[in-house]
Design a protein around this ligand. Structure first.
Ligand code: ATP
Ligand code: MG
Length: 423
């Protein structure tokens, strides 16, 4: 029986790993500059964390979670996103009693039972940040500016920033009534999901992708026009903060994160190329979430970025990601004495950060040289009894074809210096 990878999962192969490592490295480096520390959270959590932390009425919780009972009969779920786990950890580890803000980032896999298509998988990768403890709009600006700079560093273009405010529970309450009044006459024409949302969380109707529903949504009153003074000021603060850093944005009053504990700022980075999988990144403020998950009342803001979609977009835009450099030196061998010496030499070279290889396949000299050529080693040297007797061999620069007599004793120092200078 041939076993295949489960639907919606993908191997990241050695031939493409440099692209993943590159974006992870740039992201981690930037988070470091911005003062965000990495946090690693479990792949699975107790199911109720996501029911509360992501929200019972969301598609993620209602349709997409990988949930199962473990052998002890506890319901656990593979993380469908990172925020809930990070919030749980913030509370569980008492991070609220440390100096605030607490600024964290993560680089994780996530799991959702999705309708698999391009840019939509069942196991996928997210970069994210979460910042706790600061209520003002400055930290919203900081988080968005981190993303903006990330895209700049990656040379990603054609990706627009859309922002919105979804207010606080106070201004949302009055707005919900307005919204219900607006949708009530059309209730029978809305989809099943939206009829459910009407009672539980009418704001989420605005987010419906159903064609029929969209017809009505276009004329619906907007939360942005119904914010309380404090929320309006916060949004103005966000806008002037982004202007201050020269970060362009558009206001999209239709972005919603329709849970009670999400508040005020919401934003997305959307590609011009991606169609319905065009949202590379989504984020927002969640001032009620820590409390909802059993902690003190602490404000927070974060985002999650889909790494598959980011790499897809880099591809579409033809942004080249540097291939890993060619390996440094291949030591070809003839005879057991040469094998023993070469094993010592590559061991030493590797200790100095030089990528050195020797034959492990018992190949003929000719086959070894062919292998070294195929693998694009920068240098080769062949050693056998004659070279060992003479204490020297011919070092060949594979790019220029130059050949040089060198003493075997000097190889390690020579390569070590050469490679370190190049780096
Ligand atoms: P979508 O509307 O595309 O389903 P979402 O609102 O469910 O996205 P979030 O929960 O905000 O997405 O996750 C943040 C980011 O993670 C998304 O913007 C996207 O780039 C990525 N993402 C979400 N689901 C998937 C998936 N199944 N496969 C690959 N990437 C995903
Ligand atoms: Mg989704």
């Amino acid at each position: 029986m041939k076993i295949q990878a489960p639907k919606g999962t993908r191997d990241i192969l050695p031939s493409e790993i440099h692209r993943w490592q590159y974006v992870s490295r740039v992201f981690a480096g930037l988070c470091d500059s911005f003062g965000y520390k990495e946090i690693r959270i479990p792949v699975f959590e107790y199911t109720e964390l996501f029911q509360r932390g992501v929200g019972d009425t969301t598609d993620i919780v209602q349709k997409e979670m990988y949930t199962f009972d473990d052998k002890g009969g506890r319901s656990v779920t593979l993380r469908p996103e990172g925020t809930a786990g990070v919030v749980r950890s913030y509370i569980e580890n008492g991070m609220y009693s440390l100096p605030q803000p607490i600024k964290l980032y993560y680089d994780i896999t996530a799991y959702r039972y999705e309708n698999v298509q391009k840019g939509r998988y069942r196991e996928f990768h997210q970069f994210g940040v979460e910042a706790f403890g600061a209520a003002g709009s400055e930290i919203d600006v900081e988080v968005i500016s981190l993303l903006h700079m990330f895209f700049e560093k990656l040379r990603l273009k054609q990706t627009g920033l859309n922002i919105n405010s979804i207010g606080c529970p106070a201004c949302r309450k009055a707005y919900h009534e307005k919204l219900k009044d607006f949708f009530r006459p059309h209730l029978s024409e809305l989809c099943n999901d939206c009829r459910n949302r009407f009672d539980k969380n009418p704001l989420r109707i605005i987010d419906c992708k159903n064609e029929e529903c969209r017809k009505f949504i276009d004329g619906a009153p907007l939360l942005l026009d119904n914010l309380c003074d404090e929320c309006r000021n916060h949004f103005e603060g966000l806008r002037s903060g982004l202007d201050n850093l020269g970060i362009n944005y558009a206001i999209d009053p239709k972005i919603v994160r329709g849970l009670d504990y999400y508040t005020r700022t919401v934003f997305e980075f959307v590609s011009e190329n991606g169609g319905s999988q065009g949202t590379i990144c989504g984020g927002g403020r969640y001032d009620g979430l820590v409390e909802e998950c059993g902690g003190p009342s602490v404000p927070g803001i974060g985002f999650a970025l889909g790494v598959e979609r980011l790499l897809m977009e880099l591809d579409i835009q033809g942004v080249a990601i540097e291939e890993p450099p060619a390996p440094d030196i291949y030591i070809a061998t003839m005879g057991q004495r040469a094998v023993d010496l070469a094993m010592q030499m590559v061991y030493k070279l590797r200790g100095h950060g030089v990528q050195a290889e020797t034959d492990l396949m018992g190949r003929s000299l000719k086959a070894q040289m062919k292998y070294a050529d195929k693998k694009r080693f920068s240098y080769t040297i062949a050693i056998g009894d004659d070279e060992i007797e003479a204490g020297k061999g011919v070092l060949k620069d594979m790019r220029t074809g130059d050949q040089k007599d060198v003493s075997l004793d000097s190889i390690v120092d020579r390569l070590k210096n050469q490679v370190n200078q190049a780096k």
